[in-house]
Design a protein around this ligand. Sequence first.
Ligand code: H2U
Length: 339
Amino acid sequence: MNDYPHRRYNPLTDSWVLVSPHRAKRPWQGQVEKLPAETRPAHDPGCYLCAGNTRAGGIQTPDYQDVYVFDNDFSALLPEKPSEAFESPGNSIFFQAKPERGLARVICFSPRHDLTMAEMSTLEIRKVVDAWVQEYQELGAKDFINYVQIFENKGAIMGCSNPHPHGQIWAQESIPDEPLKKQKAQLQYWEKHGTSLLGDYLSEELAKNERILFENAGFVALVPFWAVWPFEAMIIPKRAMPNITQLSDAEKTELADAYRQLAAMYDRLFQTSFPYSSGIHQAPTDGQPHPEWHFHLVFYPPLLRSATVKKFMVGYEMLANPQRDITPERAAEMLRATT
Ligand code: H2U
């Protein structure tokens, strides 16, 4: 399996990835990314997320001390119902559309413009975890919010508009496609086995110990068997919990520790502030208990072989299905070797 092309199955999303380990050494003469500027000030007067500065629409960001959450000034979703009857273009199955209500928030992880999660302390990230829990609870309690997506988009290469450490929360009426796929798979598994899909997967991964990056008392970080992105990783709680509100006090700190450790591991890999999109997949907030859900974090970093060469999800990936060269086992080995 280390040398021969093969397909791997992702039981969480019911999808496949093509692995081509023999191609890992192919030469690269394509696009090389520019490295972002190395040093940033602790406070940037031109940054809309720094304390005391003015945001779009003239709103002043307060002089916050640790974590600061605000409603996105350019929210992709709106809480109000459409004022006029929503016109779906006819009864045809080819032209289906429906209004979608929701809210979007921005979460500043720290007032320090020059830090990232990799450089923040566990105690500082713990405050971010507390804010995530509060937001999930508060947004999820609204009758028109059935799903809360918490995420971080880090690095210009990921389309992030500002290097200030921050994340986003989009909360909406419908369950979006990715979590919906995971919901279906976990429910099917729960109904068949009476146990958590990810809990059982985690036990087997721990026994094999091939793709584990590290663990602490409450969490395991690993490169999943079905990873698509070269250095894709997951942080999975050892205890199956549908959502982050079920975390104990100790587990909240352990989650902060795991996030920091993984982000720092990434930074060491190519000696760069490692870009990624990460986020929490957890149970919908539709009032159901969702015992099938085992919440977890996913990290999708684009870099492939250095700080400047990224993986392009194009061509075959767009037309057929995702493909990777370096195996998940090798990626885990490289990440572990940074410690
Ligand atoms: P990204 O860097 O991941 O794009 O997130 C920044 C968010 O901040 C983005 O969604 C919002 C943008 O809409 N924003 C404000 O809410 N107010 C501003 O003054 C600028 C940007």
